[in-house]
Design a protein around this ligand. Structure first.
Ligand code: FAD
Length: 645
């Protein structure tokens, strides 16, 4: 018997809506196609003298591109200003930081492999900002999705700007006289708007770029969301333009051309538009009759492929297919678009300036040898690699080191091209600097202090299963080397950094502990006192032991909730796992967070969340509420999701 879940209900409804939209679109196109015969004027009215020409104009393109650049500059400057102000405030307030309820400053610190700022920077935010954040960032969970209240406002503004730029600018005189030209102008303006949207979307799809780092968008999480918004706006624009061209303009233009030829040759054939001319017109002849039509048709196919491949269903069930089709369709689009219209050069600024630079940078990602690949728990693999170093100097490729909580893309095939398309993101869980005297045969010429990077990979799909199977066969020779991408997720502002907060609360569910392991490690090596709480929910305790065995547990208060096999909770033993406070069943987050709040009523707290969306929404909303965040204590929420969209 079929079992109905909320998920399956949503999918069925979604499919029904799609079918309805397709049917409706098809009927509309049919209707428009037949109605075009009536809208085409008879040939007798055409003459080279009375033929009105459409006046080209690019106001929407110039205005929208100008607006985007202006917005970018304004955001970049305000961010720099905020950064400077926060630093000035921080140094002024540093002495007044309430540290009564914090552990004493550590006497010594070990050599840390992490890139941390030396001083904690307290935040002092105005009450209105805290209040606005509570409303703006409030997360709702309708139909198993997450929507923030502020997103609605952003969406409305986004749509409003688009409509304003298309219909708000006065029309050219010829377009005012002729309704057809009026439609054509609107259609072209929509296309110009779509061009700008798609160019921005391409720029936002890159993994890392100085252009986005200036805005504080330091990893894919923030840029991919905007990539989606701009791409959707672009799709709608392209769809509108294509529908207009297909249903109105192509036929009219084609017939107009034929009429002019007939009039010019002074052949008296009566009114050929009604009969022979329509009969001779086939779909293919129409498409190839003009290079704009042909390239437009190819571009529509590429756009459709981009849209379909990026659909959540495809991404969930065949992520590799999504990557391959998305990249292929994008390259196809870039190749044909220049022949469509010269104005698409705008698109190339984004493609060449950001996307190609990103691809070239990623092509140079170093290949590092794997030094450890072990099954540490059922369905869980630990991967250890050396930090990449320069071949000639032996110095680390990234001298600034790593920042806790960062993730990187890992390519497991040995082929550069494959890794470019099919690399996968994993959080860096631990970075351990080896002793200065360390010498390893696998790293000849190593002169610096190398670090070993560890990460945990849980089987969750085809390729992680392949990796797991390979490790379980213990085929040591076949162990892959790994291509390590640039670590992403480095916070740029002081108010985003862990070391700026005297209290850190880390909430994790399942494999979501991986980014927080490095935070616990980094905080234990900090000179400044930091209170770290970890609330971790797992199904069984086997992965707990496996993942924390190399972590210094004494510097954080660990609370682990086992949801299934209570019997598997290890009996109290003198080993360091004794530091973990085990519980059975799911945690009551509201109560736990409230207890922590009462313990630290007047300090700023960073709440790290890497869990299921329901947990993220519950804990995040609580931390942003006026009970937790107010001018005397600010709870900053840092969310890590293992999916970008
Ligand atoms: C920032 C970030 C950090 C992560 N850290 C860890 C970690 O520390 N440990 C861990 O076990 N997992 C982590 N993941 C999840 C991990 O990337 C996926 O589980 C893994 O790539 C699945 O690979 P697969 O080929 O087996 O699955 P597939 O069958 O290919 O896909 C399964 C699901 O994994 C996701 N996925 C697959 N490939 C990618 C990709 N290239 N980019 C984004 N999502 C993808 C998709 O949502 C897909 O639905 C992280 C994900 C992100 C986005």
């Amino acid at each position: 018997m079929p079992r109905f879940t909320r998920q399956s209900l949503i999918w069925s409804l979604g499919a029904l809506i799609c079918i309805y939209v397709c049917a409706q679109t098809w009927l509309s196109v049919q209707w428009l196609f037949t109605s075009i015969r009536d809208s085409v004027p008879p040939s007798s009215t055409y003459s080279p003298e009375n033929h009105i020409r459409y006046e080209r104009e690019y106001t929407t393109l110039i205005a929208s591109a100008g607006l985007i650049v202006g917005l970018y500059v304004a955001l970049a400057f305000s961010r720099q200003w905020l950064k400077r102000t926060s630093l000035t405030n921080a140094s002024a307030n540093a002495s007044s930081l309430a540290t009564d309820d914090l552990p004493a400053t550590k006497e010594t610190s070990t050599a840390a492999p992490y890139d941390m700022s030396p001083q904690p920077q307290p935040l002092s935010l105005p009450a209105w900002f805290i209040w606005l954040r509570q409303i703006w960032c409030y997360e709702y969970r309708p139909f198993a999705t997450t929507i923030q209240a502020g997103q609605g406002v952003i969406l409305l503004t986004f749509v409003g700007i688009h409509i304003g730029l298309i219909v708000g600018i006065p029309l050219a005189s010829s377009s005012q006289d002729d309704p057809f030209f009026h439609h054509q102008l609107v259609s072209n303006r929509v296309a110009q708007m779509a061009l700008v949207d798609l160019s921005v979307a391409v720029g936002l799809s890159v993994r890392t770029s100085i252009v986005w780092r200036w805005l504080g968008l330091s990893d894919l999480r923030s840029t991919i969301t905007w990539h989606w918004w701009f791409a959707m706006a672009g799709y709608v624009g392209v769809l509108y333009h294509a529908c207009f061209q297909w249903t109105k303009h192509y036929y009219r233009h084609y017939l107009e051309k034929q009429s002019l030829i007939l009039v010019a040759s002074a052949t008296d054939l009566g009114n050929p538009l009604d009969g022979a001319m329509f009969a001779s017109m086939t779909w293919w002849r129409l498409v190839i009759s003009n290079h704009h039509y042909f390239t437009g048709f190819l571009m529509s196919i590429c756009m459709a492929a981009l849209w379909v491949s990026a659909h959540p269903i495809v991404r969930t069930y065949a992520y590799s297919v999504f990557r391959a089709v998305h990249v292929g369709a994008f390259v196809g689009l870039a190749l044909v678009s220049f022949w469509h219209h010269w104005v698409l050069a705008y698109f190339y600024i984004s493609v060449l300036g950001l996307w190609l630079v990103d691809v070239i940078t990623r092509c140079r990602d170093p290949l590092v040898e794997v030094i450890g690949l072990d099954i540490v728990a059922p369905q869980l693999v630990q991967l250890q690699i050396f930090e990449p170093v320069h071949k000639n100097t032996g110095r680390p490729c990234r001298p600034s080191g790593f920042y806790p909580g960062q993730f990187a893309y890992f390519g497991f095939s040995r082929h550069r091209l494959f890794d470019l398309v099919w690399s996968q993101p994993f959080s860096i869980s631990r970075v351990v600097k080896l002793s200065p005297g360390h010498n390893d045969d696998t790293m000849p010429g190593l002169s610096g202090q190398p670090s070993v990077i560890s990460l945990y990979i849980k089987v969750s799909g085809k390729r992680t299963q392949q990796l797991y199977d390979m490790v379980s066969k213990n085929s040591k020779d076949a162990w892959p080397s790994v291509r390590l991408g640039t670590p992403l997720g480095q916070p740029l502002a002081m108010w985003d950094r862990f070391e700026s907060f005297p209290v850190i609360v880390l909430v994790a569910e399942g494999i979501g502990i991986t980014p927080w392991l490095s935070v616990v490690q980094a905080m234990s090596q900090q000179q400044q006192p930091t209170c770290v709480y970890v609330i971790w929910t797992v199904r069984d305790s086997s992965s707990v032991r496996a993942m924390v065995q190399d972590t210094d547990l004494q510097h954080a208060q660990w609370r682990v909730h086992i949801t299934s096999d209570y019997a598997s909770i290890p009996s109290r033993s003198p080993d360091q796992l004794d530091a973990i406070d085990y519980h059975h069943g799911r945690p009551l987050y509201t109560k736990l967070l409230n207890d922590i709040r009462l313990k630290h009523p007047k300090v700023n707290v960073l709440l790290g969340l890497c869990a299921h969306d329901d947990t993220i929404a519950t804990c995040g909303n609580l931390a942003r509420s006026s009970k937790f965040s107010h001018p005397h204590a600010f709870w900053k929420v840092k969310t890590e999701r293992f999916e970008f969209l």
